[in-house]
Design a binder for this molecule. Structure first.
Ligand SMILES: Nc1ncnc2c1ncn2[C@@H]1O[C@H](COP(=O)(O)OP(=O)(O)O)[C@@H](O)[C@H]1O
Ligand SMILES: [Mg+2]
Length: 306
């Protein structure tokens, strides 16, 4: 239920943009059951993007604080994003990273400043187009997934954008292939593992063939294998722009090409090669710790250490 509300929130923002935006369960001409008649399975990768010169999104002097809060999270922030860019935003909890992403997809609105989408002021009537171009993967899959089965969840987006059932199914299968969930079509969504739900969230967005994707903490709470798998999907299988917010430096370093932090309400570029320390753990124990000096310091991966 929460997922449904969130999904609706994405498609039908309650924020006061000027014109209403339509949203409902998919208004397909064909019954949803048609989804269960599989077309030929496809393994085609996502189509390459055309080169574009106008930025997809531009923020100019944007400021934001939540109603009733004295804290200005974003302050005179300028930002430009083109579909080819792969941007990472890093920083500890509470900085406003999620809020920034919500602003980009119109879930919250600037107190001051302007947002342009494809060079024109963003209005409520363009939110639907914005959100089909710029897919948003929530931090928590429960906020993204709401259908009984995997196929229904992944096909929802294409159906809602006007595809017929067979085409929606084709796109859903392709997206599931891309994230490594081929064959999961009839699985019950709420019975999937946390990692599978995360991958499924990604697939629900990819099925809509976005030009770019926003990911909120894609690596959080994942087991190492799923984290590596998601990283591989993002770096090797997707040809689209990305904005990823995360506290996970290593993930961002590998998945993105430009790195920023939010500082005093603005984005500040960071040197990707800055020296930083890592916590690590041993096979015989799983408590992350830091070796500053002494035994084990500088031991290469794979060497034994105690
Ligand atoms: N809907 C909301 N209403 C009021 N305050 C909020 C709301 N959502 C987030 N906040 C506050 O805004 C700050 C930034 O939150 P968030 O954008 O989630 O940061 P981050 O993603 O960097 O952890 C936090 O202090 C959080 O409590
Ligand atoms: Mg967050």
């Amino acid at each position: 239920m929460v997922g449904l509300l969130w999904h609706r929130a994405l498609l039908e923002s309650k924020e006061p943009y000027t014109a209403p935006i339509q949203c409902s369960r998919p208004q397909t001409q064909e019954p949803l059951e048609a989804l269960s008649n599989p077309d030929e399975h496809t393994t085609t990768s996502m189509a390459a993007l055309p080169e574009q010169s106008t930025p997809l999104l531009e923020l100019e002097q944007v400021s934001f604080s939540y109603p009733g809060s004295a804290r200005q999270l974003l302050s005179n922030l300028d930002f430009s994003f083109s579909p080819r860019q792969r941007i990472g935003i890093i920083g500890p909890t509470g900085l406003g990273k999620t809020t920034f992403l919500h602003l980009l997809v119109g879930l919250v609105q600037p107190r001051q400043g302007s947002i342009r989408f494809r060079g024109e002021a963003l209005s409520r009537s363009r939110l639907r187009e914005l959100r089909s171009s710029l897919g948003f993967v929530f931090q928590n899959p429960e906020d993204q997934l709401f259908s009984p089965t995997v196929l229904e969840d992944v096909a929802f987006g294409p159906l809602n954008l006007g595809d017929k059932a067979a085409e929606a199914r084709r796109k859903a299968s392709e997206a599931l292939d891309l994230v490594g969930l081929a064959g999961y079509e009839d699985r019950i969504t709420h019975k999937l593992s946390g990692g599978e739900k995360k991958l499924l969230s990604l697939a629900t967005i990819l099925a809509m063939r976005p030009e770019a994707m926003l990911l909120d903490e894609p690596s959080i709470g994942l087991d190492p294998d799923t984290r590596s798998h998601i990283l591989e999907v993002i770096t090797e299988r997707l040809d689209l722009g990305l904005i990823i917010v995360s506290h996970d430096w290593d993930f961002l370093y590998q998945a993105t090409e430009e790195l920023y932090t939010l500082e005093r309400g603005r984005l500040a570029a960071k040197n990707r090669d800055v020296l930083h320390e890592h916590l690590h753990s041993h096979p015989s124990g799983d408590v992350p710790h830091e070796h500053v000096d002494g035994p084990g310091h500088g031991v290469e991966a794979g060497e034994s250490e105690s």
